[in-house]
Design a protein around this ligand. Structure first.
Ligand code: 13P
Length: 253
């Protein structure tokens, strides 16, 4: 049985004070997450405040939303893996569709960032997913296979335990539209197919695939019931403590 993982992607939300406030509300609501792995990925500027607010609470891990591929140098505005490590960050999101859409992130840069993250000992949440246009053109499968294979190019089998893949259909992000459980399951199966081709059946099967895109307390249960789905990457609902805690404890809903 794989350990399920619920991660909150706070995106570009919350000041430092709001971060502390949100975490202080969240901690008693989440309580003991049991077997569930729980991560919150906050903006870079709030990492240190989040770390302090989470101190003493073992249940929630700290994540960032991006990492640069170079160890250091002339890359204005970027953050290295070692910088994240020095703030006790455990997880980092890589290749989110908003990065791909608005900031020129490519399959190649996603791959470079992933290599840097795993080499530094960070855990990575690698995002893949088709746009509405691609889905309507019947290209979902092709896009998922391409994005997954490209992201993992040159990644050693031994690093797979550090990586989670998030299937996030772009058309479902922040839109209130969710992929049906069946659609999400099929997509996760395709992602595993790409992993299987590169690493073989057992390692591909052992990897965790999350679903992301308007996941909330009302749809988490049916999505998590799908055999190919091992977790969720939550945007909007991760900023609502009650809702996020319900998602974490979805088995009690
Ligand atoms: P929403 O849950 O707001 O749709 O965002 C999903 C997402 O992009 C998580 O990374």
């Amino acid at each position: 049985m794989k350990r399920e993982i619920i991660a909150g992607n706070w995106k570009m939300n919350c000041t430092k004070a709001e971060t502390v406030e949100l975490i202080e509300k969240l901690l008693p609501l989440v309580g003991d997450p049991g077997k569930m792995e729980v991560v919150i990925c906050v903006p870079f500027t709030n990492i240190d405040a989040a770390r302090k607010a989470l101190r003493g609470h073992k249940g929630i891990k700290l994540g960032a939303q991006n990492v640069h591929w170079a160890p250091k140098g002339a890359f204005t505005g970027e953050i290295s893996a070692d910088m994240l490590k020095s703030l006790k960050v455990k997880y980092v999101i890589i290749g989110h569709s908003e990065r791909r859409q608005y900031f020129g992130e490519t399959d190649e840069s996603v791959n470079a960032r992933l290599k840097a993250a795993v080499a530094a000992g960070l855990k990575a949440i690698v995002c893949v997913g088709e746009t509405l246009e691609e889905r309507e053109a019947g290209r979902t499968r092709e896009v998922l296979l391409r994005q997954t294979s490209a992201a993992f190019e040159g990644i050693d089998k031994s690093a797979l335990k550090q990586i989670v893949v998030a299937y996030e259909p772009v058309w479902a992000i922040g839109t209130g539209k969710t992929a049906t459980p069946k659609e999400a399951n099929t997509a996760a199966f395709v992602i595993r197919k790409a992993l299987r081709k590169q690493y073989g059946r057992t390692p591909a099967h052992a990897m965790r695939v999350q679903y992301g895109g308007s996941m909330n307390a009302s749809n988490v249960k049916e999505l998590m019931a799908m055999p190919q789905i091992d977790g969720g990457l939550i945007g909007g609902a991760s900023l609502k403590p009650e809702e996020f805690a319900k998602i974490v404890h979805y088995d009690e809903l």
